[in-house]
Design a binder for this molecule. Structure first.
Ligand SMILES: [Fe+2]
Ligand SMILES: [Fe+2]
Length: 372
């Protein structure tokens, strides 16, 4: 069962007290036999993740993995990620940054948003805001929201990796120095002290921030084409989070267990000795979310949903043909939705809630079809 760096180590941990314990319908013997086979025969491409020698990729054909998925086969598929929302202080400044530094392009300009329906679904009385959507050529969409009334609140500072909720967005880049230069010139900040080099995978990492303190992770790795990589979420329980995002069309992908206090991991996160697990989940369109469980030191922060007018990454939005059914499923998996924020207009149906770690989730349905 490819849950950690070492199948044996995982089994010792999980089966110490009950050797007959079955995980997802598979016994210890079955898991161990499978992992030995995939390592020996290279089925798992060397059985190493990109970020750590100790990590081990979960292979989709792994029998235990398949069993885990079938356990959740009730998941619906007519839901898909629309955008990642960011609350900004100045939409012109942020638009310039995301276009010039990170390669986004104009997509949709929603102008001024206001009115009782918007106030209700956003849970902000008398709300008035500017909204612009940008899209990268490789697909990802971001929504920049500048609140005019009431003004946004919160710190416009680099968020800690240890804080629950959305923590960063990440890119694979061909030339990390030219990206860093562009980020600086476009109004962002580069934190040279976070530059880390992981020799095992010849990967260089560097953290930057956008003009409002949103962490932007740059990664350069041989063989990885330049592209948007993922959004990162600091979670309390990875299995709960995986189950939640599976209901939104994601499936488990790479699994990196970095629990030995690597120097490079401490440098990039500015937390010496940090130990964590990063479980990637991916949807059919290639959108990837990194679920980060920090073992040491302890994570902190609220796991309640934060206001939409709080600076930084605020929400993930999904198109959905049946948001009420999805909301029920997500509620069963550790999230919740707010009935008062459920709005149906002739143009759109909107639901707002949160995942198990306080990330705001927005479900959107167009009356006659699924949106774009
Ligand atoms: Fe949104
Ligand atoms: Fe990341």
């Amino acid at each position: 069962m490819c849950k950690t760096a070492s199948p044996r180590k995982w089994m010792i941990r999980r089966h110490r007290t009950d050797p007959q314990e079955r995980m997802n319908g598979f016994t210890r013997r079955q898991c161990w036999d499978y992992c030995r086979r995939c390592i020996r025969h290279g089925v798992n491409r060397g059985a190493r993740g990109r970020m750590g020698q100790q990590s081990h990729k979960v292979q989709r054909t792994h029998p235990a993995d398949a069993g885990w998925r079938s356990q959740h086969q009730g998941a619906r598929i007519m839901v898909r990620l629309s955008h990642r929302g960011i609350c900004v202080s100045d939409i012109a400044v942020s638009e310039r940054f995301y276009r010039e530094a990170l390669g986004f392009e104009p997509y949709q300009d929603h102008g001024i948003i206001e009115g009782p329906d918007m106030s209700r679904t956003m849970e902000i009385p008398d709300v008035r805001l500017r909204a612009v959507m940008l899209k990268r050529p490789d697909g990802p969409v971001i929504e920049l929201l500048q609140f005019l009334n009431p003004p946004a609140t919160g710190a416009r500072e680099k968020r800690s990796t240890l804080q629950y909720g959305l923590v960063h967005i990440s890119f694979y880049v061909d030339d990390i120095d030219s990206w860093a230069t562009r980020i600086t010139e476009a109004g962002g900040t580069v934190y040279e002290e976070t530059r880390a080099y992981f020799a095992g995978n010849t990967t260089t990492l560097l953290y930057c921030t956008d003009p409002d303190g949103v962490r932007v992770e740059l990664m350069n790795a041989p063989g990885e084409a330049e592209r948007f990589s993922h959004s990162g979420i600091c979670v309390d329980d990875i299995e709960v989070a995986v189950s939640y995002y599976e209901a939104l069309g994601f499936v488990p992908a790479e699994n990196y267990v970095l629990d030995e206090g690597y120097d490079w991991l401490g440098v990039i996160n500015e937390v010496p000795g940090i130990k964590l697990r990063a479980q990637m989940v991916r949807d059919p369109e290639g959108n990837t979310i990194e679920l980060l469980k920090v073992f040491e030191p302890a994570s902190f922060g609220s796991r309640e949903r934060q206001p939409l007018n709080r600076f930084g990454l605020t929400h993930l939005a999904f198109w959905d043909d049946d948001p009420t059914a999805t909301a029920a499923m997500l509620t069963d998996r550790g999230g919740y939705f707010v009935e008062e924020a459920h709005v149906k207009t002739p143009a759109i149906e909107l639901m707002h809630g949160a995942d198990p770690n306080g990330v705001r989730i927005e479900l959107m349905r167009l009356p006659s079809s699924v949106g774009s």
